[in-house]
Ligand binder design. Structure first.
Ligand SMILES: Nc1ncnc2c1ncn2[C@@H]1O[C@H](COP(=O)(O)OP(=O)(O)O)[C@@H](O)[C@H]1O
Ligand SMILES: [Mg+2]
Length: 279
């Protein structure tokens, strides 16, 4: 399941810092994600996980260090990146059909960065064929023609993952895609993402607030805390000594009978800031 270190780097951050509203949220962050790797971004609320994804997308500028994505500065290669922002469920009255939501992934400008038009074939028929392919890939065929507001949370999430995959990206960036799902759907969506990683050699960067549903699928994790980050295998990172060093305060990692990890003692994300104005 681990990828060879010879695979090309898809995301490279070197000594990177980012700030939001004039406040540095993290700094001195070093990250390498390689082709075909499934990497989770973990850490307490407000620590800057979504900000990290936005730095990789070039939506938030790094205030220090260098960011390379698919061999180019952040933002430059975004047409090869699929992105699912953090979100809530669609309102039940949303009438747009699943297939139309998926198709939106072909058009530019979905997330604030203009994308070139989809090129291959360029015709409506090619677009429809590609929508069908990717709907099949995520197993959404039976409900993709229903209004998306009428689909369950798990169904909506599969359709949105299909939208993020429609351009055949080399990097898939998912912000808390498991958040609104029940345990069964968390497992099946995780397995789907793992499958996409392996069969298409896509690098996946996924934010999660609970590592347990994805633990068995992951290659590596990035743990953000206390204004910094550590990256490694889940065993290396979700470890009492590592997290104690990262947080600068005693942390315990417990394992329950089902093998689930519980991190105990993590302070609030802002506790290290002299002036945390937000929330
Ligand atoms: N639009 C914004 N304006 C000001 N502060 C923000 C904004 N968005 C996020 N923040 C703050 O930036 C920090 C990092 O946020 P975020 O990256 O969303 O954290 P996470 O995804 O880990 O919960 C938090 O302290 C948050 O309160
Ligand atoms: Mg977030």
């Amino acid at each position: 399941m681990t990828t060879g270190s010879t695979d090309r780097a898809v995301v490279e951050l070197s000594q990177v810092a980012a700030s939001v509203g004039g406040r540095t949220v993290w700094s001195h962050v070093d990250i390498i994600v390689r082709a075909g790797e499934f990497v989770a971004v973990l850490g307490p609320n407000g620590v800057g996980k979504s900000t990290l994804l936005k730095v990789v997308l070039g939506l938030v500028p790094a205030t220090a260090g260098t960011v390379r994505v698919l061999g180019a500065p952040a933002g430059r290669a975004n047409r090869r990146v699929g992105y699912l922002p953090q979100r809530r469920a669609f309102d039940p009255s949303t009438r747009i059909r699943g297939v139309d939501v998926v198709r939106l992934g072909l058009d530019g400008d979905r997330w604030g960065v203009p994308l070139p038009r989809w090129v291959p074939g360029s015709g409506a028929r090619d677009a429809m064929r590609r929508v069908d392919e990717v709907v099949e890939l995520v197993g959404a065929g039976s409900y993709a023609h229903r209004p998306i507001g009428q689909c369950s949370g798990g169904e909506q999430q599969r359709l949105l993952i299909a939208q993020a995959l429609i351009r055949n990206p080399d990097l898939l960036i998912l912000d808390e895609p498991l958040d609104s799902l029940d345990v069964t759907n968390q497992a099946s969506v995780s397995a789907l993402i793992r499958d996409v990683c392996e069969t298409r050699h896509v690098a996946v960067l996924l934010v999660a607030h609970d590592v347990n549903p994805i633990l068995s699928y992951l290659d590596r994790v990035i743990y953000l805390a206390h204004g910094g980050a550590v990256m490694g295998t889940p065993d290396e990172v979700i470890d009492a000594d590592t997290l104690t060093r990262l947080y600068g305060t005693p942390i315990d990692v417990l394992t329950d009978r089902a093998g689930r990890l519980v991190v105990v003692g993590q302070p609030d994300a802002h506790s290290h800031h002299a002036h945390g104005p937000d929330r």
